[in-house]
Design a protein around this ligand. Structure first.
Ligand code: MN
Length: 233
């Protein structure tokens, strides 16, 4: 059974890691065995843990600290967790080096893009200017907007659909796309909602939360099936 590493959120005050159980359930349902890699001061320990995994899922959470993409933190930026930023940067680097498949979800697509050299809007409403409300935590598993999936993309081959409804629980978004990555889904307002590796490597990020939609929209399980399948190669 392929083993899938999950990244946790980090509560510095409580010195505690945690992962929403929906990610665990989604991986198990897709046929994978999940485990969590906590942050550590020792990068070698982090990499050694990832070496035991066949796939990596970067889960949702706090904002990415703008220092990751070389910007000053503005007041519109939310709470950041540099310890987690560092954990995930290390994991992303190591996964790419080892050819371990990566799926980034919400914060996960953002840290993936930033770690690979892209930038983020610290706050969509403030910096992007859109009529569409992307932070819809009031309807965490409801349809917030649709996404248009780029034909011919990896994401298109996974969904086999040009459009699908998604939830939306993010106030940050992708600004410039990292070198080597391309946009594979768009929100109706033109904000990138998914990116993937240009060279066909199994590296994919989505801005929505598929793990929360599976009960209502079983199609979303296909993202977890995809990484489990890639992890078996
Ligand atoms: Mn959105």
């Amino acid at each position: 059974m392929p083993v899938i590493a999950l990244t946790p959120s980090w509560n510095a005050e409580a010195q505690r890691v945690s992962v929403p159980y929906t990610y665990v359930a989604a991986v198990v349902r897709a046929g994978g065995a999940p485990f969590v890699i906590p942050p550590s001061e020792n990068d070698s320990a982090v990499c050694a843990a990832l070496d035991r995994a066949d796939g990596l899922i970067l889960t949702g959470g706090d904002d990415v600290d703008p220092s990751v993409y070389g910007e000053e933190k503005l007041t519109c930026c939310g709470e950041t967790t540099p310890v987690r930023d560092r954990l995930e940067q290390t994991l992303i680097r190591h996964a790419l080096k080892r050819g371990i498949p990566v799926l980034g979800i919400c914060r996960g697509i953002q840290i993936l893009n930033a770690a690979l050299g892209g930038t983020l809007y610290q706050d969509i409403a403030e910096q992007f200017g859109t009529q569409l409300k992307h932070p819809r935590s009031d309807i965490p598993i409801g349809d917030a907007h649709t996404v248009r999936i780029e034909k011919g993309s990896l994401l298109y081959s996974i969904f086999n659909a040009e459009e699908c409804p998604v939830n939306s629980r993010h106030h940050q978004g992708l600004k410039s796309i990292a070198p080597g990555m391309r946009i594979s889904a768009w929100a109706p307002d033109g904000l990138p909602e998914a990116i993937e590796a240009e060279d066909g490597r199994p590296v994919l990020g989505v801005q929505w939360h598929p793990e929360g939609l599976i009960e209502r929209l079983p199609l979303q399980l296909c993202l977890f099936r995809w990484i489990v399948q890639e992890a078996q190669k």
